[in-house]
Design a protein around this ligand. Sequence first.
Ligand code: BGC
Length: 365
Amino acid sequence: MNKLIALFTTFVFAFTLAACDVDDLDVGIVLPTNEEPRWVQDEGRFEEALEDADYSVDILFSDGDIGTERENVESLVNQGIDVLIITPQDGDAAAAAVEEAEAAGVTVISYDRLITGTDAVDYYVTFDSIAVGEAQGQYLVDNAPEDEGNPLYLYSGAEFDNNSFLFFEGAWNVLQPKIEDGTFDVVNSSEAEDLKDNGDLSREEMSNIMGQIDTEWDFDTARSLAEADLTNVDEEQKGDVSILAPNDGTARNIGDVFADDDDITSYNVTGQDAESPSIQYIIDEQQSMTVFKDVRTLVDDAIDMALSVLDGETPDTAGSFDNGVIDVPSAQSEIVTVTRENVHDVIFDSGYYDEEDFDNVEDLD
Ligand code: BGC
């Protein structure tokens, strides 16, 4: 059934030069889910960037399911792709699928999330994910309502995603000294409290903390965690609070839960992705910040790499990431903190989104 759906929903949007075999696809793109605006945004940016391309591309979504992801990869490999651009649903679990692709001679580009535990990844395009977490932590530090004892609620991304560790590591780099010195009081993770003197957590220690605060990148899970936290804490752990939310979707859902609690007087909540619903939340003061990761740059990097491969050249890379088995050559893009103060400049004036699509933009001044 999934295969059928994948076939019917397949959207081949750029067709080939006359010289190309129309049955043979050049590039396959696999994205994790179309339930999150983040990845729908990537699909749109790929389509925009490839509008005039003279090679054929197909984009498939994996519905957040590793079985569907495997089927998507197999279907693309069977259609003869030369390059696979893939954001794994689960970094470890995707290894088997890309090993199959590599065995068929396909060049594999890991897109935004690193595929781990295999040598079957040729390149990695990504943002500076540690900087994402640092920007989130810095916002909370800079905007802490009191000098000390500020209740801090921590939430992380899914443990199946390597990025979640990088985001958390970045946030911890900035927050930990302020937890240690008493500026913040972590209220929803006993593991984080126990480790508050440790500025350099091992992966296992991070995993122990994240095990208590893991949103699984899922809106309902994020909401349930926040509801449970607010039920479990004392009244003095409410009031004016700070919330580390790992991305925009979780920020909106966690923020809504805090907004509904009468004992919460104010909250600062972080995010990332500059998803359009979160830009609206920022304008309306329901979300404090987001980290803008310009997907246009990431898409361009991935396409440049794919084109080099199709032209028989070696793509340019600036660094590398250890995926547990090899150092994967990588290209990394910068990030920008967006708040109500600079949203107009960074998001509208840069042409990323059209301000006409948002309400209350006039209130920004
Ligand atoms: C991406 C984020 C995204 C999250 C959930 C991460 O790997 O880097 O941009 O919000 O996955 O999909």
